[in-house]
Design a binder for this molecule. Structure first.
Ligand code: MOS
Length: 721
């Protein structure tokens, strides 16, 4: 490579300077002429119906342009009558805002107030008073598991003999519970909606996928999707909450139509807890059994997660038990309970993160029951081919990852006896936990344009929610085109660009990277043909010689047969060292090592950052994050950062992110697999396992807050001395 060749550490973020200087503009930071502000009014009851809404005071308040509710909302042509069986939730994402007088959850938007300033809209929203008829409601998963119904098709499965674990010489059965967790990215969800004409709309919207948002809006408002321009140039973090069109987006679009001006609607932090989904509270039970020498005999994995009464959200909490370890007998069952709470949604490692907490905890419990080292136990049951499909893995170096992680955390310092190591008055423990997630490759198209001045322009409609997609794409292009990264401009976050899928499911480097790869190769080939040779072309000279201002290709890319021939997964293993205070029960994470087996690492710096971010999310899940609902009122009570805790710098030690960095030969030309989800999946189990090793106390209900460990003082003395 030439002068500014990308060194081994990889490119720094191409948009890093824009982001840290404030020059990057997020969706709420545009000001189209005449823009006004929308603020939502939420239901103060949990279930029932609206009798009336008094909007008079709000309408008379200074600067107010409109108050819209189901009483005066224009007809929304895309709203369909329920197609689902009576009494069952409808498919995810089909909630109809301002449709009727039904109240389905506390905080449900019942009106939107539009005013000329944000402050005036906010004030007027407080003047809107609704009268309700309340009904009895259910917000507790625990009290309602009896009404659970089957979740989708993938929930129920049988391999070999059902409940075979019960016949094993060493066995255990335990329940594991995670609370609901909220996404809480730094950037709040926001939209600016502007009708350019009767059937033509522009939005600046926080979204993980401009094309999916375009489709979603087109379906609701029944206008041609080509008439909808979606802009999402920068996204300040997202973990799944921006994968669908939510009610606040619909509200802003309706409001803009009514007042005939652009409307900005940004959720407040409290709204983020009730309006854009969450990881659902889930109960799980695992039965697991092994032979005396540690060969798994059977796993039984049940889960019941919560959904709303109006939408059917299901994920894959039990799938990890089918494919993580070689085990002849596995049966799974996954159900949903419909509660009077807003719908959950995908959140980083949706399903797998929940399931892996249970499975990796159970494996750890089994390791103590067998008196076998937890890594040893996993190696004894190492799956060489996918136990579920029988297909060969496209690549799997998880065994190397175990070794690398163990070396770096100092696993030999771990005592197999719980609560047996203390240092400076703290109990010390080590734990590990693994993660897996499907390595997906979707289809995408990239336009690559070489301009006369030697600038390479790459265009595709992906959005970058934080992992550094632009940086990874430029890295791929620089290598193929053999030009400095500084000469490459990557354009995205605009629905008028060539197709790319939503940034989700850890699939974008594999998907859009392939399109960038293929487009660059095709463009280079075109130059070679023009120049009549196949050597590395001098692009600017060739353009000049042929009197061209530019040369471009538009290339579509998708996976071939290999996608079906092989089972494709990314793998991770997390190692954690914790210190637990025996009197207060405070857990300090002292050291973290994460190893990812995610194929070739295209962009080492941003990959490291992605693993670190996921690990922090996993530590939050393990130790802090928990939605608390006061079931007397059906209301979420900790909808703020004072009461809902997430890790801050002081909670996080140095995190070592390591990569196997061996290309997957089958998934795509770069050999790259995803890592967004595996960065988090397995981490909560690793922390819980470390806490057990430190204290002898097994916490099976997240988060592991100090109150759950108080009293270890005594038990530590009994066990450890
Ligand atoms: Mo992720 S849950 O695919 O944003």
């Amino acid at each position: 490579m030439k002068d500014s060749a990308i060194n081994k550490e990889g490119l720094s973020r191409i948009d890093g300077r824009l982001k840290v200087t404030g020059a990057a503009r997020y969706s709420a930071e545009y000001t189209p002429a005449g823009m006004v502000y929308g603020v939502l009014v939420g239901s103060t009851i949990t279930k029932g119906s609206i009798r009336s809404i008094d909007t008079k005071a709000a309408e008379k308040a200074p600067g107010v342009l409109a108050v819209i509710s189901h009483f005066n909302c224009p007809k929304i042509p895309g709203y369909q009558i329920a197609s689902t069986e009576a009494g069952k939730p409808e498919p995810k994402g089909t909630y109809k805002l301002f449709y009727n007088n039904k109240i389905l959850f506390n905080g449900q938007p019942i009106a939107v107030v539009v005013a000329d300033t944000f402050e005036r809209a906010l004030f007027a929203a407080t003047l809107v008073k609704a009268q309700y008829t309340s009904q009895a409601y259910q917000t507790s998963l625990k009290n309602n598991t009896a009404s659970a119904f089957a979740a989708g098709e993938n929930g129920e499965s049988k391999r070999g003999t059902v409940a075979a674990w019960k016949t094993a010489p060493v066995k255990l059965e335990q329940e594991y519970v995670i609370p609901s967790e909220v996404h809480n990215p730094m950037e709040l969800h926001s939209i600016i909606a502007h009708w350019d004409a009767e059937d033509k709309l522009t939005v600046w919207d926080k979204t993980q996928g401009v094309k999916d948002t375009q489709d979603g809006i087109a379906n609701i408002f029944k206008i041609p999707k080509e008439n909808i321009q979606v802009n999402s140039k920068f996204v300040g973090g997202a973990f799944g909450s921006a994968l669908q069109v939510w009610p606040h987006e619909v509200a802003a679009i309706i409001a803009a139509r009514v007042v005939k001006r652009p409307v900005k609607l940004m959720l407040g932090r409290a709204d983020m807890f009730t309006s854009v989904g969450y990881r659902p509270h889930t109960w799980q039970k695992i039965g697991i059994g092994a032979t005396e020498d540690g060969k798994l005999v059977g796993i039984s994995h049940e889960a019941i997660g919560q959904t709303s009464t109006y939408e059917d959200f299901n994920e894959e909490p039990v799938s990890v038990s089918r494919s993580t370890y070689a085990c002849p007998n596995v049966n799974t069952n996954y159900k949903l309970t419909a509660l009077d709470i807003g719908s959950p949604t995908w959140m980083r490692g949706p399903g797998e993160a929940t399931g892996a907490f249970a499975l990796e905890s159970a494996l750890d419990e089994l390791s103590y029951a067998l008196n076998i080292d937890p890594i040893e136990l996993r190696l004894k049951n190492y799956a060489e081919t996918d136990p579920e499909s029988g297909k060969p893995f496209s690549s799997k170096y998880l065994n190397e990852a175990y070794k690398m992680g163990a070396d770096h955390i100092g696993w030999t310092d771990r005592s197999p006896k719980p609560a047996s190591v203390t240092k400076d008055g703290w109990l010390i423990g080590y734990g590990m936990g693994g993660g897996m997630f499907g390595a997906y490759r979707d289809q995408a198209t990239c336009r690559a344009v070489m301009i006369a001045d030697g600038t390479l322009l790459l265009q595709t409609a992906v959005s970058d929610i934080g992992p550094g997609t632009g940086t990874a794409m430029v890295s791929i292009a620089a290598e193929i085109m053999d030009i400095p990264a500084g000469k490459i401009r990557f354009e995205m976050g605009d629905s008028s660009l060539p197709y790319a899928p939503s940034q989700g499911g850890s699939s974008i480097t594999a998907t859009v990277g392939s399109a960038v790869n293929d487009a660059c190769k095709e463009l280079k080939e075109k130059f070679s043909q023009l120049a009549g040779n196949t050597e590395t072309p001098d692009y600017t000279k060739i353009l000049k010689d042929h009197n061209l201002s530019k040369l471009e290709v538009t290339t579509a890319s998708k996976g071939g047969d290999n996608m079906n021939k092989y089972a494709m997964y990314s793998w991770s293993v997390h190692f954690v060292k914790v210190c637990v205070h025996p009197t207060t029960g405070v857990v300090k994470v002292d050291k973290v090592v994460c190893v990812a087996d995610s194929g070739h690492i295209v962009s080492p710096k941003t990959a490291r950052s992605q693993i670190v971010g996921g690990a922090i999310g996993g530590i939050g899940m393990a130790l802090m994050e928990e939605v608390i609902i006061d079931h007397r009122y059906g209301k979420l009570v900790n909808n703020n950062f004072a009461d809902y805790h997430i890790p801050v710098n002081a909670d996080i030690p140095q995190i070592e992110a390591l990569f196997i960095n061996k290309p997957d030969p089958y998934i795509n030309p770069m050999g790259a697999k995803g890592m967004g989800e595996i960065a988090l999946i397995g981490m909560a189990g690793a922390v819980a396992n470390a806490v057990y090793n430190a204290t002898g106390k097994r916490i099976r209900q997240l988060p592991i807050t100090p109150d759950k460990l108080i009293g270890i003082n005594q038990s530590a003395m009994v066990n450890g001395s």
